[in-house]
Unconditional design. Sequence first.
Length: 130
Amino acid sequence: MPGPTRRRALSTAAALAAAAGAGTLLAPGARAAARPQEPEHRHSAPESFDEVYHGRRIQGRPAAGSGHHHEHGGGYAVFVDGVPLHLMRNADGTWISVISHYDPVPTPLAAARAAVDELRGAALLPFPAN
């Protein structure tokens, strides 16, 4: 019996690729059902805070303005020693600041504390809003 021909090998490869593609079309629904549900409070408005952390006063509250600076902060303003900390809310509900941009945290309070830790006693300078 002769070995497999090029045509038969290509037909087999195409059939396997089609079967694999059909499996991946069904898999996302199965993966979504198996994934635990996200907490509903993840995108809720954070509470206000006012505390002293490592000798620095950090404050956070819903932002009253509607300018460009506050749009990224999800309508929330954070201050370190009275200086605004530029804050942004990610699509997944986490928060980042201009100081700790690559380390998302769950709340604005955690972002303020991370900024104080990163500043290591240095003064926070105002971030120019465009």
